[in-house]
Structure formats: C-alpha cells, structure tokens
Design a protein around this ligand. Structure first.
Ligand code: ATP
Ligand code: MG
Length: 465
C-alpha cells in the first residue's frame, strides 16, 4: 500500500519534470465537424464506435489504468483499435502515452525498457506483454535523433512529441486511432473510423513521400489489405509499382520480419497475389520471381502457402524454416540439375545447389540462421526418400526433421514434381510396424537407390615393363 502511494507521489513529481506535450484540440464527433481532421481529433463515443469491451485484454486495461491513475494520458493505439472497430480480437495491444519510458517503468513493477534508440517499455502481466511507447514527434526536426537518407528514407525516428504529432507519423488513417478504455471514446485524427467503415486503407499525408520515408509501408499496405479485406485507396496504391525498387535499400533483417508477417498470418495466398499484382515480389525474394513464373514452381508455392494458411487457421504451429524451404525449392532444383550436368554426383550436387541458393537469397533477405538450418535440413533429406533400400528408410524415420521433410515431400508429390506413389509409400511405411515395414521394402523393385549405380570393374593396367 505504502509502496503504491509512494509510486504515485513519485510519478506525479516526475510528471512536473517531463516534457510538456501540447494537448491536441479535441472536437466532438458531430457531422459538420468532420473536415480538416489532421489538425484536431474527432472524439467518437462508445455508442457510435460500438467497440465490444469483451475483445479487450485485461492487461491492456490495467496498463492504461495504471498510467492514468499516475496522472498520465494513456490509450490503446494502432492496429488493436482498428481490429476492435472491425470486430476482430486484436492479437496484440500497444499503448501510447505522454509518459516517458522511465516514468512508465516506475509505474509498473514488472516492466522493462527495451531498445537503445527507439525506447519502448514492455509491461508484463502474467504471460501477456504490453508494449508502451511515448508519443513520438515529427521526424522533420533538425535534432540529432532524426536522420533522413538521400532517397528520403528515415534512418532514425526517435523524438518525443504530442499525441497529434504521434498520429501524423503513423502510416494509415485506420492505424492512427486512440481508444481510451476508461471513457470508451476513440480519438480519430485522420478520419480513420470513416475509412474503416468504408473499407479503405488510406495513407496519411502524401503517399509517395511516406513510401520514400519508409518503403516497408508498401508491404504493409499489401499485407493489411489482404489481412483485413480493406481496399487500398487509389492514391495510396498507384505509386507502389513505381517505387517498389526502394525496397532494395531496406535492411534485410527488417524485410525478413515483414516477410514472416506476410506469409505466416493466415493470409499468405492473398498476400502473394497482391505482392505480384503490385510488382513487389521482385526485390523481395529475388528467387521467387522466377518460381512464380513457372507452372510447376507456381503450383508448388501456392500449395505450400495454402497449406500454411490452413495450419494458421487451425492454430497449428507453422515453421518459418519450412516456409522458406518451399519458397526457394524450385531454385534449388534448377541449380541441382545444373551441378549434376557438370558431372557432380547427386548428393554433392544438391549441397552445392543449396549453398548457392541460400547465399544469393541472403544478400536480400537475412533469413535467420536457425531457420536456414532447418530449411537446408529439409532440402538435404529429400533424396533420401528415394533411397528405399536396406536400412536407410529406417534411419530416415528416426531423423529429427523427418516429419517436416515428409510434409515437404507430399507437397512435391501434389505439385507433380515426383510421383504420388513415393509419398503414399512413405505414408504407409511410417504407419506400419517394423515387420510390415520390411515386407513393404522387399516388395519394391531393386532399382530404388538413385545413388547406387552398378560398379564398373576396373581394368587392371598392364604391369610396367
Ligand atoms: P498487425 O495487426 O499486423 O500487428 P499493426 O498495424 O498493428 O498490424 P504493428 O507492426 O503492430 O502493425 O504496428 C503498430 C502500429 O504502429 C501501426 O498500427 C501503426 O500505427 C504504427 N506503424 C507500424 N509500422 C509503421 C510504419 N512503417 N510507418 C508508420 N507507422 C507504423
Ligand atoms: Mg500490431
């Protein structure tokens, strides 16, 4: 109790020492007031916004409550408010506040400041973590903390500001909404509620400038429209194909994170279709360009993405390593054939192909090592499915990556790359008991090992005279 009291006194004291954000002018949401919303916010009350409180997380409410009781402003912000308005349960909740990271940290016992330049606070309640960020200001200031590359890309963006400034630096109007769980009002600075109701995703400000500042916003436009079924507003959509190449300047690790979101959130097929439509798949996965243009390659990738979406919807785990293995497999196949034609035996040729493909890919997209290891294991096991002789199939069943490699084999069968019979045989083989496995093996013709070629007898050289 005393501790809590002290905490409150301290945070009040801190507040007097904090930066003084200028309060935005807030208007009520009465029809005629709607224009020039970027200067001020519309306040949309619960009876109009109709947010269902049952979709809120307790941890998010506790976080805004805690901050507000300590005298700060605090709102649920961004994607979570957008999802609440669309009657979807948000997968994570972000909070925006006028408290500095240190002040937030002092309000919550279980919290920690993360990030060096872009500092955020993680507040923990049970197994839920809520991300709290201080209102950010305009990147156009002259300060040290802001840097812009020649292309217009923002390199640093870490200046505190007020709520109005925080709203204007967000990407889409639908993402610049603030919900106060106490009053149940939504503050809308850029007409986002109306845009959501009209089913459009619209960039705040001039789309070209905003894409130049951060080209990842092009991928976000495609991803969010695929995920939420929103139509991209025409002024927001039209510059994308022309600016697609700006993605080349984005650090590979950031592209990688965005790729995971694109393909592992249950809307992979729609995302791939949209990426192609906007010309964004060229730059992103350099090798995917070619694959999507080949009939078997496209079929294989589509099957893999469909399979991934079904798993996500069924709340089964999905593995990024498996996904990247499928996306890049047809490139591996092409290189594998090339190395064999050059006279290399099948297994060494496959390993050369795997290295070549992952090296080319790494220049663009930094696939984390733990995923690329899985990816290579899945590829490396594929020839072993064709070696159905002796003890080999038994060894393969025991391999820790057998299951992933087998699922991968089934996709190869379905796409027509290898005979269906091979996948069906392995399904049976894995299901049987050891004795029946032996019977299954014996029933195969003896030519089942592509590595096994009849040995030619070496002719003895005649002894030197
Ligand atoms: P999702 O539901 O997939 O998480 P999201 O919009 O919440 O979508 P986050 O990456 O969680 O995406 O971002 C949270 C919020 O941060 C966004 O809603 C938006 O307001 C802001 N934001 C994120 N990325 C950008 C960006 N590149 N430029 C401007 N604002 C951004
Ligand atoms: Mg989010």
């Amino acid at each position: 109790m005393i501790k809590k009291l002290l905490q409150r006194v301290f945070s009040k004291k801190d507040k007097s020492a904090k930066h003084e954000p200028t309060k935005p002018h807030v208007r009520s949401n009465k029809g005629a007031d709607k224009k020039s919303a970027n200067q001020s916010a519309q306040r949309i009350p619960s009876k109009t916004n109709r947010i269902d409180r049952r979709l809120l997380s307790n941890a998010a409410i506790k976080t805004t409550d805690g901050l507000q009781r300590a005298g700060f402003e605090a709102y649920i912000v961004g994607g979570a408010v957008r999802d609440l308005l669309l009657k979807k349960r948000p997968k994570d909740f972000d909070i925006a506040t006028d408290a500095t990271p240190e002040q937030v940290n002092r309000v919550f016992r279980r919290s920690r400041i993360i990030g060096r330049r872009f500092r955020l606070v993680h507040v923990m309640f049970g197994d839920e973590t809520i991300e709290v960020s201080t209102f950010r200001g305009s990147h156009l200031g002259e300060g040290d903390d802001n840097q812009v590359a020649d292309s217009g890309r923002i390199l640093r963006d870490n200046v505190f500001g007020n709520q109005e400034e925080d709203a204007v630096r967000r990407d889409f109007t639908a993402n610049a909404l603030y919900y106060d769980p106490t009053t149940e009002d939504v503050l809308d600075f850029h007409n986002g509620v109306a845009d959501i109701q009209a089913g459009v995703l619209k960039m705040i400000g001039d789309p070209v400038t905003r894409y130049r500042e951060d080209p990842v916003r092009m991928l976000r436009a495609v991803r969010l429209s695929a995920k939420l079924g929103l139509k991209i507003d025409s002024a927001t959509e039209s510059p994308i194909p022309k600016l697609a190449e700006l993605l080349n300047d984005v650090p590979p690790s950031r592209l990688f994170d965005e790729m995971l979101k694109l393909f592992l959130s249950g809307h992979a097929i729609e995302s791939a279709v949209q990426l192609r439509k906007h010309g964004l798949h060229h730059g992103l996965l350099p090798l995917l360009d070619v694959v999507l243009e080949q009939p078997i390659g496209a079929k294989f990738v589509n099957l893999a993405l469909k399979n991934t979406d079904a798993r996500v919807l069924a709340e089964k785990p999905v593995s990024p390593g498996f996904l990247f293995a499928t996306l890049l497999w047809h490139e591996v196949l092409v290189a594998w054939q090339r190395y064999q034609k050059q006279g290399n035996r099948p297994i060494p040729a496959l390993h050369m192909a795997m290295t070549e493909v992952s090296d080319i890919q790494a220049e663009k997209l930094a696939i984390h090592k733990r995923y690329s290891t899985t990816m290579k294991e899945i590829w490396g096991l594929q020839p072993r499915f064709e070696m159905r002789v002796g003890k080999r199939p038994f060894g393969l069943l025991e391999h820790p990556r057998y299951r992933a490699a087998y699922d991968f084999l089934l996709l190869r069968c379905e796409s027509g790359e290898v005979p269906m019979e091979l996948g069906e045989w392995w399904t049976k083989f894995a299901d049987e008991n050891p004795e029946q496995r032996l019977t299954l093996l014996k029933s195969l013709p003896s030519s089942n090992n592509p590595e096994h070629k009849p040995r030619r007898r070496r002719r003895r050289k005649p002894a030197a005279q």
